[in-house]
Design a protein around this ligand. Structure first.
Ligand SMILES: [Zn+2]
Length: 114
């Protein structure tokens, strides 16, 4: 899924502001939602009762590995907790939701490649 118009149309109906609850969202290597600051956006349709999951790497820069048991087909078991450890296509999908320092680093790294 591209993050362009689809996400924008989801935004108006599915964006919610979270304070405390957002800290209880579990990681998935194939999440159904994306966290941007204190907001959470649906990445795809979420069924009633389905756990809302996010990808911790979207907001991470540390590179600290953690063991993952999300069970999705995208799961690598050991997750390197960094936006820049994500596959290039996933970085492009997540980028509009990433914090500013990650966007700046992404632009710096990608301008250096050219
Ligand atoms: Zn996983």
């Amino acid at each position: 899924m591209t993050s362009g118009s689809t996400s924008a149309s989801w935004t108006s109906t599915t964006a919610r502001s979270f304070s405390a609850p957002v800290v209880f969202l579990n990681h998935s290597c194939d999440p159904n939602a994306l966290r941007s600051g204190v907001k959470v956006f649906a990445r795809r349709r979420i069924r009633r009762g389905e756990e809302i999951t996010i990808d911790y790497r979207l907001n991470a820069f540390s590179g600290e590995p953690f063991r993952c048991h999300c069970g999705t087909t995208a799961c690598t078991g050991i997750v390197v907790n960094s936006f820049f450890a994500l596959p290039e296509s996933r970085q492009r999908e997540y980028l509009p939701y990433a914090p500013r320092f990650i966007k700046q680093e992404y632009r710096r790294l990608n301008s250096a490649k050219r």
